[in-house]
Write a protein that binds this ligand. Structure first.
Ligand SMILES: [Zn+2]
Length: 402
């Protein structure tokens, strides 16, 4: 574990009293695309980075040792789900989330805001926070900015997120203005809460702010500027990939990128497809999470360098080639499309596991390739070629026959 003394020496700003801490080094950029290193007490994350989603303390259908094997440097945990089950007190009793799930690398926890605001009829928002009913048993709970920081402190994540309101899309301008003003007041309360009690487990826990503002450039700009004035360890862009067209999402990313400081990591939340990630990297984003590789994998949909394939399609019945012939993951070096298709048809658990290993390995590979291209200063050429290849076999997703 790195000592605070060492970290303070090499960072531009010293926060000697704070237990929230993170070091980000921008190694190089190519255009707006950035290669960097995020350092936490549980290890480094090379950016651009994809973060597998481990909602309930488990990345679905894949073991921790396999995540290490495919090169995952950080995973996500979900505050809402873990708070409801098994509960923050139990995880604290188990030594924190790292020890409870036996994951020694960095963990980022979201604030639970996104899940709570997805509950629609099950929640009520006011200045104090948000009251919601558990999707498990209907019991009533309250998240405040202070309580979500306290829960994440108990979880012991390396990167905590502020409580924010994730507005739906579309969202009218007047509502968004009111919502954003409240989200900024909540961000300030989170920051104050994060500066008080100190860490539970001896390692630093950074706090990221979340830029909101739907598809309104002026609100996005105001949101980013206000968060920067408060000063966070990193900045996330939330409220995108909620149904808006991709071009609009890219435009809003551009707006935010124009304001966000270069010396802090930028996390584009909940995005996206391989194409989305490449476009976002070219727009200066550093960190990503998305359920697509795991969820689609469990639905027999595999990402490959030449586009998606759905193994339920009859044309793979006797296809004895690997899912992705260029991939060096355990699945692709040992098994065929025909075998995976058979596993899915027979509803064997192994099918979900092998598909998940490959899809996550593919996303992690994609980000390593992007990083390599940025470091070699050939990112634009790499981007063009990668996008061209991803679109070269679109017909694979057209018909699905079982
Ligand atoms: Zn593979």
């Amino acid at each position: 574990m790195a000592s605070t003394g060492f970290l303070c020496e090499v960072v531009g700003h010293v926060r000697s009293e704070s237990w929230t801490y993170l070091k980000f080094t921008l190694v190089t950029s190519d255009g707006r695309a950035r290669a960097g290193i995020v350092e936490t007490d549980h290890g480094s994350i090379e950016t651009p980075a994809f973060m597998p989603v481990g909602t309930q303390g488990s990345v679905k259908a894949i073991e921790q040792r396999e995540l290490v094997e495919i090169g995952a440097q950080i995973i996500l945990g979900n505050t809402y789900h873990l708070y409801l089950r098994p509960g923050a007190d139990l995880i604290q009793a188990g030594g924190g989330l790292h020890r409870f799930i036996n994951w020694t690398r960095p963990i980022l926890t979201d604030s639970g805001g996104f899940q709570v605001f997805s509950l629609n009829n099950l929640r009520d928002i006011d200045e104090a926070g948000v009251t919601f009913k558990s999707h498990l048993d209907g019991s009533s709970h309250v998240f405040t900015p202070e309580s979500v920081v306290q829960i994440q402190r108990q979880l012991g994540s390396d990167i905590m997120m502020v409580l924010d309101e994730c507005a739906p899309f579309p969202c009218d301008l007047e509502y968004m203005q009111r919502s954003n003003a409240r989200t900024l007041r909540w961000a300030e309360r989170c920051k104050v809460a994060a500066e008080k009690p100190g860490p539970l487990y001896g390692h630093s826990q950074a706090l990221f702010g979340i830029v909101q503002g739907s598809v309104y450039p002026e609100i996005r700009t105001q949101s980013a500027e206000a968060l920067i004035r408060l000063g966070f360890d990193g900045y996330a862009i939330g409220g995108l990939a909620v149904g808006e067209p991709a071009e609009l999402m890219y435009r809003i990313v551009d707006v935010c990128e124009n304001v966000l400081p270069t010396d802090k990591p930028r996390y584009l939340m909940g995005v996206g497809t391989p194409e989305n990630l490449i476009e976002a990297v070219s727009r200066g984003m550093d960190m990503f999470d998305c359920v697509l590789p795991t969820r689609n994998g469990r639905n027999a949909n595999l990402f490959t360098r030449t586009g998606d394939i759905n193994l339920r399609n009859a044309k793979y019945k006797a296809d004895f080639t690997p899912p992705d012939g260029e991939c060096d993951c355990y699945t692709c070096t040992n098994f065929t499309r025909a075998y995976l298709r058979h596993l899915f048809q027979a509803k064997e658990i192994l099918g979900l596991q092998l598909a998940t290993i490959h899809n996550l390995a593919f996303y992690l590979w994609l980000m390593r390739e992007a990083r390599g291209a940025i470091l070699a200063r050939r990112f634009p050429a790499w981007k063009n070629e990668a996008l061209q290849r991803l679109n070269s076999k679109k017909e694979d997703t057209e018909t699905v026959s079982t």
